[in-house]
Design a protein around this ligand. Structure first.
Ligand code: NDP
Ligand code: 2IT
Length: 446
């Protein structure tokens, strides 16, 4: 990075938020991509856009007390970071995982600004969550937690203000409990959350959207480079919402997916993953991925989730969590012939891993573009709620395909415009940024 203004703003972020390494990582990547933009656009520097965009408009941190099944009081910490509303109401998921702290929510909220901009829909960036761990809790405990969480969150959100959704640990069950509590507190049936159940305002294809969208984006990137999913061997990590529907669509597009994982370990099925079995284990029984091998004797289970990247493949789709591919894993992928990494999870590659992709001329589809299908269909759910109407699965899926194609095209053309052809990471950061920056400049110093 050479632009002096960007260097200074980044230094101040590093100093002010020195206890938030994931946030610093996300800002550094974006600012490195924006180097040529800052040189070409002194007006954006003049308008203070770079200083303003790294500081959330509002951060809410709150106590979430709830009573467990033994009658004991438990206390978690809740977060909502309302990062940027220049182009629409704050929009972004809620993560429920013990690793959640302010730095995780801020990195996710920052990424969400640019991702939401890329979708072309009018959504600002936000993110929230809690260090609550839904794993091993009863439905009643999860409900009491969600009700307590929403009791405070309801004071800060609304269909035209801030619209939360799912993320790690927050699926259909959690969104439904939170929606019920919001409705009760406000006496208002509105589109305040997305990812709702189909009987109360949810959109068809929202469940599938992130995984399907990832494959639509990846397919565009492959096509632009003379390749396709047909006959390719694919490694996918994770076994949650994003991973499951990435397996489904990659398989439908002619690939063979041979791995899935969770935080304990990974499975390799050379015959191709039996997705009905995974859906039953994960979506219905909430069991560990290890159980897969008890009904699939040809498949292997290995302890430790990082090992999944040592499995030879053509295409890797990380769909679990941040920094799951480090330099060593990226080198293992490259050495085994993998030529394409496309990100379903948010920030799954470390900066060193990304360097390995570029050094090996691999195709690299960055998260904020490749996984934008989830929030895009959330945006379509908001539209349907506003219209008090619902589209068919085919209608929503068709719009999702168009959006993902357009996102790839804008990443591709922004990269070309700044002399960085084929660098879709820079393209995504630049294209996502410019729309928000123009809106921030036009609205003045707010
Ligand atoms: P889920 O909770 O449905 O699944 C998460 C999966 O990732 C699980 O298999 C989980 O394993 C694994 N995982 C979580 N944390 C870790 C960890 N620290 N180390 C290893 N594995 C881990 O979440 P989603 O599928 O919704 O989210 C996956 C990723 O996709 C996240 O990065 C999320 O931010 C991103 N994303 C999600 C979108 C959505 O619409 N849901 C949209 C865009 C991005 P285990 O069960 O062992 O914890
Ligand atoms: O990271 C993400 O884009 C999400 N978790 C989905 C957010 C949303 O509002 O649907």
């Amino acid at each position: 990075m050479k632009n002096q203004h960007l260097i200074e703003v980044l230094e101040s972020v590093k100093k002010r938020d020195s206890d938030q390494p994931e946030f610093i990582q996300a800002v550094t990547e974006v600012f490195e991509s924006l180097d040529p933009v800052a040189d070409a656009r002194p007006d954006l520097i003049e308008a203070g856009v770079f200083e303003r965009i790294v500081e959330p408009e509002r951060q809410i941190i709150f106590r979430v007390p709830w009573v467990d099944d033994n009658g004991k009081v438990q206390v978690n910490r809740g977060f909502r970071v309302q990062f940027n509303s220049a182009i629409g109401p704050y929009k972004g998921g809620l993560r429920l995982h013990p690793s959640v702290y302010l730095g995780i929510i801020k990195f996710l909220g920052f990424e969400q600004i640019f991702k939401n901009s890329l979708t072309t829909l009018p959504m600002g960036g936000g993110k929230g969550g809690s260090d609550f761990d839904p794993k091993g809790k009863s439905d009643a405990e999860v409900m009491r937690f969600c009700q307590s969480f929403m009791t405070e969150l309801s004071k800060h959100i609304g269909p035209d203000t801030d619209v939360p959704a799912g993320d790690i640990g927050t699926g259909a069950r959690e969104v439904a409990y939170m929606f019920g509590q919001y409705k009760r507190l406000r006496n208002e049936f509105s589109g305040v959350l997305t990812g709702k159940g189909l009987t109360f305002g949810g959109s068809l294809a929202r469940t599938e959207a992130t995984g399907y969208g990832l494959c639509y984006f990846c397919n565009e990137m492959l096509k632009a480079n003379g390749k396709s999913f047909e006959g390719q061997t694919v490694c996918i990590s994770g076994s949650g919402n994003v991973a499951i529907y990435a397996v489904e669509k990659a398989t439908a597009l002619g690939a063979k997916v041979i791995t899935m994982s969770d935080s304990n370990g990974y499975i390799v099925d050379k015959n191709g993953i039996d997705l009905d079995c995974v859906k039953q284990l994960k979506e219905v029984e909430r069991k560990r991925i290890k159980e897969y091998v008890s009904t699939h004797p040809d498949a292997e289970y290995h302890e430790g989730c990082a090992g999944v990247w040592s499995t030879p493949c053509d295409i890797a789709l990380p769909c679990a969590t941040q920094n799951e591919i480090d330099e060593a894993s990226a080198k293992a992928l490259a050495a085994n012939g993998c030529y394409c990494v496309c990100e379903g999870a948010n920030m799954p590659s470390t900066p060193e891993a990304i360097e390995v992709y570029f050094a090996n001329n691999m195709l690299y589809g960055p998260a904020k573009a490749a996984n934008a299908g989830g929030v895009a269909v959330s945006g379509l759910e908001m539209s349907q709620n506003s219209m008090r109407y619902g589209w068919t699965f085919e209608e929503v899926d068709g719009r999702l395909q168009t959006i993902m194609k357009d996102i790839f095209a804008s990443c591709d053309s922004a990269a070309k415009e700044f002399g960085l052809e084929g660098n879709y990471m820079a393209g995504a950061n630049i294209a996502g940024f410019l729309k928000v920056a123009e809106a921030m400049k036009a609205q003045g110093c707010v």
